[in-house]
Design a protein around this ligand. Structure first.
Ligand code: TYD
Length: 209
């Protein structure tokens, strides 16, 4: 089944447990003998990682929302052309930590730029490289921050308050309700093992593993 290549993205609010689940998934896939790569956004290639540094630099407090959205989109095009599409063509399962739904949730909904603007600047991704499957780790920002033990003060984005993250969460919920065949909600309030079991179940149902 993995022969045709498959593009899976993992999404969620800050502290939703994405890193933990990605580690578990990596170990699981190594044991299963599946041909896969892990990557992330913003980033995933040397040029896109350089753009990531600009976006996440805590000193760049004057960056306007539109600039931020364009930087995410430009890093994404580089990532798609240099890594995601070639890897899919080789028949790999590509697993990406955040992707276009982060731009929809954070930039379109939470920053208020709107879906039309974000779809417009991401037209290359929308037309050429939408995920086959998106796993949304569903946990509210209140619960996620409580579990994480607070925000990282040096990270420009995590300096945003809880109200911002509530908007991000609502954005994700809206996207999930509008894209029911692509976006699968995973109950991320459960224990790490229980969350991972839900992920494995979805991958098996879709015959990815
Ligand atoms: P990161 O430190 O990787 O956070 P996390 O561990 O929560 O994934 O930082 C990525 C940040 O970038 C995160 O706050 C979400 C944000 N982001 C956007 O706002 N739009 C996007 O399109 C992407 C890919 C990320």
């Amino acid at each position: 089944m993995s022969k045709k290549g498959y593009f899976i993205t993992l999404e969620g609010c800050e502290g939703s447990g994405k890193s933990t689940q990605l580690k578990k998934l990596e170990e699981f896939l190594k044991d299963s003998g599946v041909d896969f790569i892990f990557t992330r956004e913003p980033g995933g290639t040397p040029i896109a990682e350089q753009i990531r540094k600009i976006i996440l630099d805590g000193n760049n407090t004057q960056m306007c929302d539109e600039t931020e959205a364009l930087l995410y989109a430009s890093a994404r095009v580089q990532h798609i052309k240099e890594k995601i599409i070639p890897s899919k063509k080789e028949g790999k399962i590509v697993i990406c930590d955040r992707y276009i739904d982060s731009s929809f949730a954070y930039q379109a909904y939470a920053r208020g730029l709107g879906m039309d603007f974000i779809k417009g600047v991401n037209v290359y991704a929308v037309e050429n490289c939408m995920p086959d499957l998106t796993l949304f780790l569903d946990i509210s920002p209140e619960d996620a921050f409580a579990r994480k033990g607070g925000a990282d003060k040096d990270d420009r984005l995590e300096q945003s308050g809880i109200e911002f993250h509530k908007k991000v969460y609502l954005g994700y919920k809206t996207l999930a309700s509008e894209n029911t065949s692509r976006i699968v909600c995973i109950d991320a309030k459960k224990s790490a093992d229980e969350v991972f079991a839900q992920i494995v179940k979805v991958l098996k149902e879709r015959e990815i593993i």
